[in-house]
Design a protein around this ligand. Structure first.
Ligand code: IPE
Length: 266
């Protein structure tokens, strides 16, 4: 079989953790996605995995105002929290690595706190590590607390910004997939509304009602995700939001070009 292209896939924090309770894992959800990633590898796709933080990052980040940078009134507590969040994220990353191992896939985690600096899609760092020097291992990275060059000293680099740069700068990407937890894709209203309907095709100017749960979410929530996804769609034809609890839809998408979910257009 000839080598196919590359799939950049994000396991959202809301899929792999319970977002509201500190450090609660949904190992079943991770395992199920990893089984599908194994099939994609068998079908000769190259894979890059990004994952979110969910309750391994957002709760403590919010409490200690980590996304706002250094605050000299609570400096010591913040520095402790930065260390703790970075540890939590590595722990979560190890769970993903472990689930891949269960289906005989080798992977390697690249914690952004080590190789990346600054926040937003203009962060700096050598992205070429995600295509080079890999001996069949799947590279993984995740939203993390990173150092900043300015007076803020540190901040939060979202997995959505990593998705943008990896999709745009690594060659041969033909699918960029954002996996969500418990929702089929982008909905016209916040998904807790019983009459919320799936939008199967979303364009940059289409407005939807999003609910940004700023009580727990320290990055941009759905709004940031949609903005980054539409920017990716300017270069990549297949940018999709899918329900990560139904990972068989990933297979359907790459095999047929379409699945239940939301296709993002520029
Ligand atoms: C957030 O990353 C990272 C931290 C809070 C440390 P993301 O923005 O990618 O995480 P999710 O997907 O929203 O959980």
């Amino acid at each position: 079989m000839s080598v196919k292209g590359r799939i950049v896939i994000k396991l959202g924090g809301g899929l792999i953790t319970n977002k509201n309770k500190a450090k609660t894992l949904d190992k079943d959800a991770i395992n199920k996605v990893c089984e599908v990633i194994n099939i994609l590898k068998e079908e000769k796709y190259k894979i890059i995995i990004v994952h979110g933080a969910g309750s391994y990052g957002h709760i403590l980040s919010k409490e200690m105002k980590i996304s706002e940078g250094i605050n000299h009134d609570i400096r010591d507590k913040q520095i402790k929290a930065v260390k703790q969040i970075r540890e939590n994220m590595r722990e979560l990353n190890n769970e993903v690595i472990d689930s891949l191992k269960k289906v005989n896939l080798n992977s390697i985690g690249f914690p952004p706190s080590i190789w990346a600096k600054n926040i937003g899609k203009e962060f700096t760092g050598d992205i070429s590590i995600f295509e080079k020097k890999l001996d069949g291992e799947i590279p993984i990275c995740f939203g993390d607390v990173v150092d900043r060059d300015d007076e803020k000293e540190f901040g939060i680099l979202s997995g959505d910004d990593l998705m943008y740069r990896l999709s745009i700068e690594i060659p041969d990407v033909n699918f960029t997939i954002f996996l969500l937890g418990d929702v089929d894709g982008v909905m016209d209203k916040p998904p807790d509304n019983s009459d919320a309907k799936l939008i199967s095709n979303w364009k940059n100017n289409d407005s939807i009602q999003t609910s940004h749960n700023s009580d727990v979410d320290v990055t941009g929530g759905m709004d940031l995700k949609l903005m980054r996804a539409s920017e990716i769609a300017e270069k990549i034809d297949n940018v999709w939001f899918l329900n990560g609890n139904r990972p068989e839809r990933i297979l359907q998408l790459v095999r047929t070009g379409s699945a239940i979910g939301t296709k993002i257009n520029p």
